[in-house]
Design a protein around this ligand. Sequence first.
Ligand code: TYD
Ligand code: MG
Length: 459
Amino acid sequence: MPKERTIYVCQVCGRRAAKPVGRCPQCGEWNTYEARVEGPEPRTRRGPGVYRLPRRLHEIPAAEDARWPLPMKEFARVLGGGVMPASLVLLGGDPGIGKSTLLLQAGLLMARERRVLYVSGEESEAQIRLRAQRLWPAMEGEDGFPDEFYLLSETNLEAILYAVDQVQPHILIVDSIQTVYQPELEGVPGGVTQVRESSLRFQMLAKERGIAVFLIGHVTKEGVLAGPKLLEHLVDTVLYLEGDRYQAYRLLRAVKNRFGPTAEVGVFEMTDRGMVEVPNPSEVFLAGRVVDAPGSAITVTMEGTRPLLVEIQGLTSPSPFGQPRRTAIGVDAYRLLLVLAVLTRRVGLRLGDQDVFANVVGGLRVQEPAADLALAAALASSVQDRPLRADAVLIGEVGLSGELREVSHLEARVQEAAQFGFQVAIVPRVLAKRKPRWPEGMVVREARTLRQALQWALT
Ligand code: TYD
Ligand code: MG
């Protein structure tokens, strides 16, 4: 236990001092100081002088999982199953990616069972109504807006808290935290001080009243959320909405979650009726594929616990200048360089005088090394102008010696490929004692090296 100490408190004005005081410098009264023994200032105080004592772990009643259902499966899964009362959730993403749309839709849906207050500092009430008018009928038929959905256009924090007092919502959505400001604080709205202080107030609000608070936060040009990741440690859950602004697909990802896994990903499509859930993403990411075209390879990437089929494209073209260019879209630029070096040195392909482009279809970002093999195959296929087998998926990490290395979740990946009609999987050699159970009808070929895998994959 921390040490107790004696302090002296003026009985008239409450001023505290470390030593006995004759005349109080604050109120001017004489001999008003009394000694008091106290521990350190507690963090939680339930009324004056009432401190809570620690309890043994088994004395603490088990909390039920009291999540509120969110009738948007892709969203709910990312949150860990539903909306946690008394939680603070930050939804980050580039401007224009669809944050307001997503939370407006989620808010409207939740307002059928709970009271929702949507506060916007970005748009007028009329604008939001217009948007809701367009979205809601497509989501829920023509029944009219839910009664328990409240809207307020406001940026002053005190006014927002007043509105919360009046409406008593279960769910509060703040769009965006960068527009909220406290007039008595220094700093511009969106600046570090304002954003941090306002977020702290919302944190207290969530914990004290049991409200689920969603804060929208724009990612600024530098790729940070309003000041260097300022809020991430302060909130319970951090979600990012990402995707290519010029493509329709959006990935919702949890990068931190006190109440659930951080690996889950939700997939949406931005349509003229708002964000539409994509329950079967592999299907859409393969939709535009041209079979038998050189430079196209299919792999299975893991988004959290979920396997996702994606097409990786490579294009090589003789470089008109001395310095050939390497362009990576959706794949890590360093992995591209690594794969190129291995293709050159271990497989013997001539790439030194070629411009190289690599692209992941659908605006996805694939960062994991398990996509190396498909990337290498797409480039080898392009430079040799030979298509890859159309019925094969390629999975594996490429090592510097040209070896193919094992990846996680291989069974699940191959299973997903089988579900979509692929018949061959070219994978690294499985070293585990327990051999995986491959799906029926799937030919799984285990390659030791990149060279061997390419021989099997190229037609
Ligand atoms: P928005 O939710 O305002 O993005 P954010 O809050 O992240 O800045 O969405 C912005 C874009 O989405 C805008 O360019 C228009 C487009 N959009 C649609 O395509 N369909 C829709 O139904 C809506 C509401 C927006
Ligand atoms: Mg917005």
